[in-house]
Write a protein that binds this ligand. Structure first.
Ligand code: B12
Ligand code: SF4
Length: 492
């Protein structure tokens, strides 16, 4: 069977895994890609620009040429409406079955399937379920046969059939390596920074994160975090090394440093056989001096660390992120001591956040002197635990939940769920935080921060500082992304 995936904005590792898996079972896979810089929640969101740059017509034409047997959309909440819009247009012209998957579909398959142009929704990890669906379609059997097939959801008679997921796939080494060429053939520049993932899942369950929804869905499974063997990851990276195009490896794991023993084994081989600089995400409660040294030894030049707020109250009560500010300060000090740059994340606008919390954050950022501070504006993702927190505080209404489940959530880089006068209030702090990561010299920062209230267009100014900070840090990760945006278009 020929399956065509349609995606926008960025490389998608999930699609790459599905593609190589389906190809290994003898199926043909293609990709239609829309850079969609102005839609989705990646860089900029602008409805007008998005319609000007739309390549929907080209995609429709291309589908006619490819003539696939099945079309797959990978939806996260930010691109869900984009996916629906295109799926509807496709269905108006072609009779090809359409399947939705990805994190948004996993959270709310019953909502996705209310659309008459979506035929199937697959929840959770989809390799085997996708294969089941393909084999079912090939066999021409009655849909009734799917009633007991885990992960596959569909409309049956007058109702929506939701089948719970099968248990997690534990041995990740059994999967073929992700089909990177699917994306690289469209956008060769992507290969400069190689996305690899060594695990699936996370030990933690922060309320705002997609993982809280996944943990709830897979309640019966004890081990949410599964890991490939170091040898298996190195085998994949040896191919990268041989091609000689990638300058940087981005480990896309939720938290790369959860297991010290694994890290020790991995770093030993990585340093000698691969040796490319890498980026990864760490958790403040998991960084010790030993781990910091291991990361450095392996070639890690920059880590991302979620802090989200300097208020211990907010972190504990609202985000369910355990740990103290002292722990954060200590873990960043360990990383900096070995020469690794640290980029931290902060979320604005969580339930009950007040000015005292923001002052606490500023105090913490003054101390840690992070190399970069990414400021996100809270977006509520469907079925995450923070939704219940917000409901309890009467911040969200039933109608808001409906909007969230339909992908109308605001954008994390824009103003998220924040509206009205609060935007200006947060914009002051956004600028302060960003300036703090750009200027580490206290007297200069203290002097300049006095004028922040006077600056017009604070949000634009904040973005400019983000860009300058990337240049100052020679942050290859951000600089490659900017280069990518400037490349001539290749789509679909
Ligand atoms: C790596 C990563 C990225 C990378 C690569 C993108 C990617 N999706 O591969 C980059 C840095 C580009 C990225 C960007 C963004 N990301 Co991101 N990202 C992740 C991360 C950490 C891992 C994803 C991954 O590769 N998992 C491993 C693969 C194998 O699993 P998977 O992707 O879930 O795919 C499986 C199933 O979902 C399913 N499936 C997937 N697609 C399809 C399609 C079909 C048809 C079917 C049937 C099944 C199916 O089968 C796959 C194989 O089992 C997740 C967190 C997480 N733990 O999932 C966040 C996550 C997906 N990202 C998230 C967000 C918000 C974003 C951004 C919007 C952030 C931003 N504001 O810039 C952008 C969106 C850009 C874009 N257009 O993709 C959120 C999404 C939440 C939501 N409900 O929408 C997540 C869940 C993190 C979070 N905050 O909770 N991201
Ligand atoms: S540690 Fe990070 S990836 Fe894990 S649940 Fe928390 S926010 Fe999500």
């Amino acid at each position: 069977m020929h399956i065509t995936f349609i995606y926008n904005g960025a490389e998608n590792i999930g699609i790459e895994y599905l593609s190589s898996f389906l190809k290994s079972k003898g199926h043909k896979v293609s990709l239609l890609f829309d850079p969609a810089i102005f839609s989705g929640d990646y860089i900029v969101n602008n409805k007008f620009a998005s319609s000007i740059f739309s390549i929907d017509k080209k995609i429709l034409k291309k589908i006619g040429e490819l003539n696939p047997d099945l079309i797959g959309f990978s939806s996260f909440t930010g691109n869900y409406q984009w996916c629906l819009n295109l799926a509807q247009k496709i269905k108006e012209v072609y009779k090809i079955p359409i399947v939705f998957g990805g994190v948004h579909t996993t959270a709310v398959p019953e909502v996705v399937l209310t659309k008459n142009f979506v035929d199937y929704a697959i929840i959770g990890e989809a390799e085997f379920a996708f294969l089941d669906l393909i084999e079912h379609l090939e066999s021409g059997a009655n849909q009734k046969e799917l009633l007991n097939t885990p992960n596959i959801c569909f409309k049956y008679e007058d109702r929506i059939q939701i089948n719970m997921p099968r248990p997690y796939i534990n041995d990740l080494d059994t999967f073929p390596f992700p089909d990177k060429m699917l994306f690289y053939e469209k956008i060769p520049l992507l290969e400069r920074k190689y996305f690899a993932i060594t695990s699936r899942g996370c030990l933690f369950k922060c309320t705002y994160c997609g993982n809280s929804m996944v943990h709830n869905l897979y309640q019966g499974n004890r081990h949410h975090l599964r890991r490939r063997s170091p040898e298996n990851v190195i085998d994949e990276l040896m191919m990268v090394k041989k091609r000689g195009i990638s300058r940087l490896v981005i480990f896309a794991d939720d938290v790369f440093t959860q297991d010290q023993e694994w890290l020790e084994d991995f770093v030993g081989i990585y340093r000698s056989k691969i040796g490319l600089p890498f980026y990864c995400c760490v958790h403040p409660s998991h960084i010790t001096r030993e781990k910091a040294l291991l990361l450095k030894e392996g070639g890690c030049y920059l880590v991302g660390m979620g802090i989200q707020s300097g208020s211990e109250r907010l972190r504990k009560q609202i985000f369910h992120r355990p740990g103290t500010n002292e722990q954060i300060i200590e873990s960043i000090a360990q990383l900096k001591a070995v020469g690794i740059q640290v980029s931290v994340d902060n979320i604005f606008g969580s339930p009950t956040e007040n000015e005292d919390d923001l002052k606490e954050s500023l105090k913490l950022y003054n101390r840690i002197k992070a190399d970069n501070i990414w400021t996100f504006w809270l977006t509520y993702y469907p079925k995450t635990d923070i939704i219940n927190v917000a409901l309890n505080h009467k911040i969200l209404t039933d109608n808001d939940i409906k909007n969230i489940e339909n992908g109308f959530v605001g954008y994390a880089h824009d103003t998220g769920s924040i509206s009205g006068g609060k935007i200006d209030f947060y914009a002051n702090y956004e600028l302060r935080f960003r300036l703090r990561s750009f200027i580490h010299y206290d007297p200069l920062y203290n002097f300049l921060s006095k004028f922040i209230v006077l600056i017009p267009f604070k949000r634009t100014f904040s973005k400019l500082i983000l860009f300058l900070t990337a240049i100052k840090n020679r942050d290859k990760k951000v600089l490659y992304t900017i280069r990518l945006l400037c490349t001539k278009k290749f789509a679909p």
